[in-house]
Design a protein around this ligand. Structure first.
Ligand SMILES: Cc1cc2nc3c(=O)[nH]c(=O)nc-3n(C[C@H](O)[C@H](O)[C@H](O)COP(=O)(O)OP(=O)(O)OC[C@H]3O[C@@H](n4cnc5c(N)ncnc54)[C@H](O)[C@@H]3O)c2cc1C
Length: 449
């Protein structure tokens, strides 16, 4: 039986492990932390007495490979799935608007939603048709494909109001970066997949239970059932290379684990450390098949999550997108989880949070409360019982224009080493779906050797 060593127990590593085990390989999964799940996990908060996510994760109906993985491990029923795309928006003057798409074939469904979306003037709604041309008919702007989302939107006649009420919110949610900094090329891929491929692909899908309860427990059970060897609390410190082949992985405790194939499913900054230990800097240049660019060219973008527990519900919607507010989303966990234990809990998201990441928790909470009270009238009379701020400084890589050339393929010049992770070349921004796709690609490459 061929043996595969996988470093990293996030979505990428777990998907690859499950795939390889069911294809008859022996898998050893090495994870530095005492729990699996990587950047998408939940933990029991003793003070709140409930389990909280490290950050709200939004899936979309087009996350096909993720749903396939969740089905494989038997948890596809633990999701909150919309029938059709429907998003409630609130502005900081108390106005509310609904983007409500009719059950029509794509892209008519999204058109039906946009044309009735009253947060935008009629002229702006009609101008959104230009986006369809921009996505489906190729670039109308910078032909190099290296422009930012903001430049691309401006080239397609999108007004400031359109950006405030729609585009900035979509860009930050899907790219974790500000439109002025995010790559238009990647954004176009997101729009094409989410809005132009099929009606169901546009639906918002949310975990209906805390993240670790959604997939980590089930993935662990699945891997063990198939004979997987899971080593938690084990830091890989070095990839050992001999005669142009990986010969083993050295762990921090000095042990060396050996297999036939090796897969890194760690973030780019962790891989850089693993490689720098063995190859003189800049090790990263070696990873890219082109051999000219480096991992150190990738930058991180932060996400701040703010969990607020009130004495009563502050919104009657499952989630609300915030117009013209530093807080981009408010998730009503009581409704999403259908669980009274979460009564009064909302989770706020600030993506691309470069400007806010150094704020103190107190300042972030004060700002959040003031924004909520302006947006959601029910928040005015609600009493805050508990709060928890979680800053993920390296939440994702930053999808800057031109970043594609720094994202390596899953196959490397070293025949028995493969790279997975949301940052590898998937064509997508850093998402669960990208991580899962990268894990599947690695598994497929190993199976077909
Ligand atoms: C707050 C937040 C909100 C997000 N929101 C969304 C969202 O709404 N929708 C969406 O699709 N995506 C979202 N994402 C992104 C998503 O979480 C990631 O794309 C995905 O989880 C990445 O999975 P991965 O397996 O590639 O990497 P990771 O999850 O980072 O897994 C890598 C694993 O490797 C381990 N590791 C690292 N170094 C070593 C080492 N030397 N030895 C052993 N183990 C090691 C780490 O501990 C980790 O467990 C969000 C991320 C964050 C942080």
């Amino acid at each position: 039986m061929k043996k595969v060593i996988i470093i990293g127990g996030g979505f990428a590593g777990l998907t690859a492990s499950a795939e390889l085990l069911s294809a008859g390989f022996h898998v050893t999964l090495i994870e530095q932390r005492r729990f699996l799940g990587g950047r998408a996990y939940s933990f029991f908060d003793k003070k709140a007495g409930i389990e909280l996510d490290n950050g709200q994760h939004i899936l979309m109906g087009c996350y096909e490979k993720t749903f396939r993985f969740l089905k494989k491990i038997g948890v596809a029923d633990k999701l909150y799935i919309q029938k059709n795309l429907c998003v409630d928006f609130a502005d900081n003057r108390g106005g509310t608007y609904r983007l409500d798409c009719l059950p029509l074939p794509a892209p008519l469904h999204i058109l039906s939603g946009i044309l009735r979306f009253k947060a935008l003037s009629l002229t702006d709604r009609l101008r959104i048709l230009n986006i369809a041309r921009g996505v489906l008919g190729g670039s109308l702007t910078n032909s190099s494909g290296n422009c930012s989302v903001a430049e691309w939107l401006a080239g397609l006649g999108q007004s400031e109001q359109s950006r405030d009420a729609l585009w900035d919110i979509i860009t930050l949610a899907t790219m974790n970066e500000d439109p002025d900094r995010a790559s238009a090329a990647i954004f176009k891929t997101v729009l094409r997949k989410a809005f132009f491929t099929g009606r169901k692909g546009s639906r918002i899908v949310l975990p209906a239970v805390p993240l670790s309860r959604l997939y980590v427990d089930a993935a662990e059970t699945y891997l063990k059932q198939y004979g997987g060897d899971i080593q938690k609390g084990c830091l890989a410190s070095e990839i050992l290379i001999k005669n142009c082949k990986v010969s083993g992985i050295r762990l921090r405790d000095g042990r060396i684990v050996r297999g036939d194939y090796y897969m890194s499913a760690v973030p780019y900054h962790s891989l850089q450390r693993l490689l720098d230990a063995v190859i003189p800097a800049p090790a990263s240049a070696w990873v890219n098949s082109a051999g000219i660019h480096g991992l150190d060219s990738l930058k991180s973008s932060p996400i701040i999550s703010i969990h607020l527990l009130f004495d009563k519900p502050i919104t009657r919607y499952p989630f609300v997108a915030a117009i013209n507010s530093p807080i981009q989303w408010v998730f009503n966990k009581e409704m999403i989880y259908s669980d009274n234990a979460y009564k009064g809990l909302v989770s706020l998201v600030i993506s691309g949070a470069h400007h806010y990441v150094d704020w103190t928790s107190d300042k972030l909470i004060a700002m959040s409360l003031s924004e909520l009270r302006r947006m959601l009238p029910l928040a005015d009379s609600a009493k805050l019982l508990y709060s928890k701020v979680i800053k993920e400084r390296a939440a994702t890589f930053s999808p800057l224009p031109g970043v594609e050339k720094y994202r390596p393929d899953q196959k490397t010049p070293i025949k028995n080493l493969f790279l997975a992770g949301d940052w590898t070349d998937t064509g997508l921004p850093a998402t669960i779906e990208g991580a899962v796709i990268s894990g599947l690609k690695c598994a497929k490459a190993i199976v077909s050797i």
